[in-house]
Design a protein around this ligand. Sequence first.
Ligand code: XIL
Length: 388
Amino acid sequence: MRRSGAGMTRPAPCEIDRRRLLAGAASLLAAVALPAERTAAGVAAVPAGGLSLGELAAAKGLLFGASFATHELDKPYGASYAATYAREARMVTSELELKLYTMRPKATALDFGPADRLVLFAREHGLALHGHNLIWNDALPDWIRRLGPDEAAFLMDTHITTVLERYRADIPTWDVVNEPIAPWDRLPGNLRGGVFYAALGEGYIAESFRVARRVAPQARLFLNEAQTESDDENGAVFRASLLALAKRLKAEGAPVDGIGLECHLDSRRPYDFPRFAAFVEELAAEGFEIAISELDVNDVAFPADPAERDRKVADVYRRFLAAVLPVKAVRRLTLWQIADHTSWMYYDDVRLHPKALRRPRPLPFDERFRRKAAWSAIAEALDAMPPR
Ligand code: XIL
């Protein structure tokens, strides 16, 4: 994370994802094919009986899942990773597979490999899929960043069309535009700049949704945004900017079905979760379905002791979900990965601090896929929430 202007937090771009994705492609499907029962090595026993998070959520009419990265299947723990999703989740979100730098590394190459693999995994395990994402002014290969306005507008329409034509039968919900707000870019509406904005101005957003609706009329189309949660100036600016954008899109009839709120919670920031829930209600009152789309808890400011840290992280999940799950418009809850060592925070930490003894513990499963305190906190919140 980099700070940029007025306390805004601009996420650092990550160029290594494509290499990560491709690293193990040779052993394609080796792990996918393993049934859950054959994953004993390295997996702690899950208590017999009892419902999974996905089952607890489904009982309330909420779709529960997590982002999923196919390259994890090629790791020594790949079978355990697969089994954890098969057991706990009802849906998976593509973490890297559909991003532009994965699919279009070069102007002359279109790579469906990772996304096809994800579709196959979801099908084999009976998991729903959420497509993340079609258009984002990040995760772009350099050749797209250099496009002129006409080329960028053409690519935008072509990309949405090509991807939806291929996957519309398998992927029912999509983040059509990701993270359109970036106050540090100092553009009208606090919109984020980039090639698509340069080509069409704010209109790139509505146009993306219109193309998506035309190509995949059955799909549920989402706008996804970050940083709306914190009870500080940053959160307030993101909330106001997103609400205003959502209202403008609605006013011009753009086919936006829902809003995804990422909710990467951070131990360094202040929160007032009931106040955030009031904002979620406000968005919902405009007629949008709501998804909590990328939930995790950055524990960097919590104590070093792992057990104590796990309790603190669990407490954030507990308080956040207790405030937000009562909002009936929230129909999907997605964690950003499922186990600590497969989190983006863990990867970043290893890259930035290779020798550190302490590693992030942001998720409900540990490095051996054992349930942690956060698992219980989420389970209890799902159990206590009102049904949809
Ligand atoms: C992240 C992935 O988790 C990382 O592996 C990658 O290096 C960068 O992107 N907001 C989003 C997600 O919408 O796509 C980002 O995912 C996290 C922030």
